[in-house]
Design a protein. Structure first.
Length: 135
């Protein structure tokens, strides 16, 4: 990996804007067989989502991204971080997602925030005030 990064700085990999630029392809992890299809974890995750929140186009066009989302969904921080990462181009030169996929990701992001807010535990003193009728 270090050799690849060194070669990028040395100029042996094409420069952005030139034909054949593939610096990120050289650094990106090798594609796996599961990257082209939805995993069992992703299928279960999809079934658990409300029908209007299911990212159908994302799954069809970008199964690798859908798999990452499904794997991170159990953690509020990990899923929020991943969703944010998908909207911010830190690498430079990303094409971005088609508008239909962006809409699905925004709906998922909104649902994730709502879901985590509803699940968040109420502080003990606020619960006691509510139960005792003081709040």
């Amino acid at each position: 990996m270090l050799e690849i990064i060194k070669s990028m700085w040395a100029g042996s990999i094409h420069v952005p804007g030139e034909p054949g630029f593939s610096a990120w392809a050289a650094v990106r992890r090798a594609e796996r067989a599961c990257d082209g299809a939805l995993t069992g974890t992703t299928r279960v995750w999809l079934r658990r989502l409300p029908p209007r929140r299911r990212p159908v186009r994302l799954c069809a066009l970008y199964p690798r991204v859908a798999n990452r989302l499904a794997w991170s969904w159990q953690s509020a921080e990990a899923s929020a971080s991943l969703l944010d990462e998908l909207f911010i181009d830190r690498r430079g030169g990303r094409k971005g997602f088609p508008s239909c996929v962006v809409r699905e990701l925004r709906r998922l992001q909104q649902f994730n925030l709502q879901q985590r807010g509803e699940i968040a535990p109420e502080p003990f003193l606020e619960t006691m005030d509510r139960v005792l009728g003081r709040g």
